[in-house]
Design a protein around this ligand. Structure first.
Ligand SMILES: [Zn+2]
Ligand SMILES: [Zn+2]
Length: 350
């Protein structure tokens, strides 16, 4: 089968012919029907920093946001039947380190992650542990199921940020994670959700389709200037940083109320400078959030049952897998917000 792989620690990716994987006991063979292109894939494609640990693992198939149909299961099926559509949790704890053995698998330090430390979803087939397969509920199709991974990242950020009814929320970063944070903050009944971006008309278009009209474009200056002119003196309860631009962190804190929470979800290629005295005086809380724990996944799948048609607006492009390089270029140049690659011709029933 042809898989889209990172082959060298430098700019680029390439298609390579690799053997179709064979499931080991406890694994399912999945025919991938939808795989999302993520900012992470773009960083790895560009080799722009933050993923140097991958150098020793190459060649490696990219793609960690994927869904597909169960083809076969080796050993215990645990409720999975061939043909079923599943969203796949891309990372798995090792099961044998000290953390895993004491039942704290979320702290595992030898976690394997499809698409970053093991072969991922930009391929026609993949094998995954059966326990990582979550059956898509009725009404959730392949492309929505492929969105579950980034949605869980955003839902986890909103939970960690502690968004409550009536909160004023600022989301810095208009990409998929920022969009989904805005969505889950609204579902948590935030009173106000403002999203900031920089010269990103396509992602702003997506945000409008999602129902977010309070958008701030910082194209003509820095974050502080743009926010000051709009919100003179008014501060936010929770600010989400989803840009990966370190300079944003200090700027955003200026607009955080006393004891407010800055939740950092972006991956930053450089350290950020912080005025810690101000942090102390304002009693600001800075929290980090990354991958969601398992219990968040069913919650997100449920949210797709009711919100799926709105959330579908996040998908701006649908392309065949063999145009994966073009897709990464579109994402890199921000001409696309969320691209879904489909290795097989999707057969819609209606
Ligand atoms: Zn992702
Ligand atoms: Zn472990």
């Amino acid at each position: 089968m042809k898989a889209l792989q990172k082959t060298a620690p430098t700019f680029g990716v390439e298609f390579r012919e690799v053997p179709r994987p064979v499931p080991r006991p406890g694994e399912a063979l999945i025919e991938i029907t939808a795989a999302g292109v993520c900012g992470t894939d773009v960083h790895i494609f560009e080799w722009s920093g933050g993923y140097d640990f991958m150098a020793r693992l190459l060649p490696l198939t990219l793609g960690h946001e994927f869904a597909g149909r169960v083809v076969e299961v080796a050993g215990e099926a645990e409720g999975l039947a061939p043909g079923e559509l599943v969203a796949v949790i891309p990372s798995a704890p090792c099961g044998s380190c000290a953390h895993c053995l004491r039942g704290a698998a979320e702290h595992c330090e030898h976690r394997s992650a499809k698409g970053t430390s093991a072969d991922g979803g930009f391929a026609p087939w993949i094998t995954v542990p059966v326990v990582n397969c979550l059956k898509a509920p009725n009404g959730v199709d392949d492309e929505l199921a492929a969105l579950v991974e980034p949605l869980t990242v955003a839902q986890e950020a909103v939970l960690k940020g502690g968004v409550m009814r009536g909160d004023r929320v600022l989301v810095v970063g208009p990409g998929t994670i920022g969009q989904a944070i805005a969505l889950y903050a609204r579902m948590a009944e935030a009173a106000e959700v403002v999203v900031v971006g920089k010269n990103d008309p396509h992602r702003f278009e997506t945000l409008r389709a999602l129902g977010f009209l309070d958008l701030i474009d910082t194209r003509d200056g820095d974050l502080e200037t743009a926010l000051a002119s709009r919100f003179a003196g008014r501060k936010f309860d929770i600010i989400f940083e989803a840009t990966g631009v370190p300079e944003v962190v200090q700027g955003a804190l200026t607009f955080l109320r006393k004891e407010g929470v800055l939740l950092v979800a972006g991956i930053h290629p450089r350290p950020a400078a912080l005025d810690l005295t101000r942090l102390v005086r304002e009693r600001h809380q800075i929290r980090g959030s990354q991958r969601a724990p398992r219990h968040v996944w069913p919650r997100v799948l449920d949210s797709l049952v009711t919100e799926g048609e709105r959330i579908r607006h996040m998908i701006t492009h649908r392309m065949p897998l063999d145009q994966g390089v073009e897709a990464l270029e579109l994402a890199r140049t921000r001409q696309a917000s969320k691209i879904i690659l489909s290795p097989v011709t999707r057969k819609r029933s209606s």
